[in-house]
Design a binder for this molecule. Structure first.
Ligand code: ARG
Length: 334
């Protein structure tokens, strides 16, 4: 009951709503049930900001059917960050693809869907070596942020990424998802492996460069279909998360000493923001409720001391949230 009340409060008085891009870094949170896809992971609970920046890139989406190709993350109202290799061998015309935001289950229909206006693949992307495996997708229309859609925070040069702890990956895994309400986003806690170790002879011997981050091995980690999705780590000052990697490749899935490899968002920070042509949003600022906490940068914190009116939009969000929770509970019971 306390959890439910917290969720309701968070949904109503929670982080930035309106056009995305004012803050970033909502923390991933979710209940822990079941497992699959992201190997060794658990279901992400719907509706209250779990992995709020995450998107599914689908080459076909008509609920309840979703053909999921890759993950991605919203970095501004109009731009999604993903992996370049997601666009190798495209057969479906790009204007038919769908970017699905605000989903935990891919079959759900209360999501935001956008079309792809433009794909920017890194100029030095090497299809054979899978180097510089990053891409940006411009969306046809800006996205409104909500309790289930927020932007991810990318670490600039001053963030000490190697000192971050509590790292997670998330994704919808399988390449082809026939949705029946069970295609629930998976998350898993992973250990980041230092690049030197990761590149050593017993590990990924010589395949690792500065633009890589290794994380998740020995039973836990990403797998096919998780590409383009986020590797995030909690900021040391509190609860918001930095997206430090974009899932890129792996040798098998979750094998010992074969960690999944991501493209480093810190390495590509300038590339990303120069392509988008704007400044990054500041991270979310301190709020004493458990889901959203401190940030190094400006903006007014969504403090519970501030009045929290419940206009029509908030009430609608509230009822959608309740609907999500009930659907989730129903799925878990039957
Ligand atoms: N490259 C793969 C994809 O397209 C998966 C990336 C993670 N793979 C892995 N084995 N850890 O989805």
């Amino acid at each position: 009951m306390i959890l439910l009340c917290t969720l309701i409060l968070l949904a109503l008085c929670g982080p930035a709503h309106g056009i995305c891009g004012k803050t970033c870094g909502l923390r991933p949170m979710g209940a822990t049930f079941g497992s699959s896809r992201v190997v060794g992971g658990t279901d992400v609970m719907p509706g209250f900001g779990a992995w709020a920046g995450i998107a599914s890139i689908c080459c076909f989406w008509k609920p309840p059917i979703a053909v999921h190709i890759c993950g991605g993350t919203l970095v501004s109202a109009k731009w999604l960050l993903t992996a370049a290799h997601c666009f190798n061998n495209i057969t479906v015309p790009l204007n038919e693809w769908a970017i699905v935001l605000g989903a935990t289950s891919l079959g759900q229909s209360n999501v935001e869907v956008r079309r792809i206006k433009r794909v920017i693949i890194h100029e030095k992307y090497d299809i054979e070596l899978v180097h510089n495996d990053v891409a940006l997708l411009e969306l046809d229309r800006p996205v409104r942020c909500s309790s289930s859609i927020q932007t991810a925070c990318l670490p600039g040069p001053s963030v000490k990424v190697s000192e971050l702890k509590n790292c997670y990956v998330a994704g919808w895994g399988d390449r082809i998802v026939k949705s029946s309400g069970r295609d629930v986003l998976q998350q898993a806690k992973v250990q980041v492996v230092d690049n030197k170790i990761c590149n050593s002879s017993e590990w990924l011997r010589g395949y690792i460069y500065d633009f890589h981050v290794c994380a998740g091995q020995g039973g836990i980690g990403t797998c096919q279909g998780d590409s383009g999705g986020p590797l995030v780590c909690q900021d040391n000052s509190g609860g918001f998360f930095w997206q430090i990697g974009v899932t890129s490749w792996g040798v098998g899935c979750a094998r010992p000493k074969r960690p999944a490899v991501s493209s480093s968002t810190q390495y590509y920070y300038n590339w990303i923001w120069s392509k988008i042509g704007m400044k990054p949003a500041p991270a979310v600022t301190p709020a004493p409720v458990p889901a959203y906490t401190s940030a190094p940068l400006q903006t007014v914190p969504p403090s519970p001391m501030q009045p929290c009116p419940f206009p029509r939009e908030k009430l609608l969000q509230f009822f959608n949230l309740l609907k999500d929770i009930l659907r989730f509970l129903k799925q878990k019971m039957f």
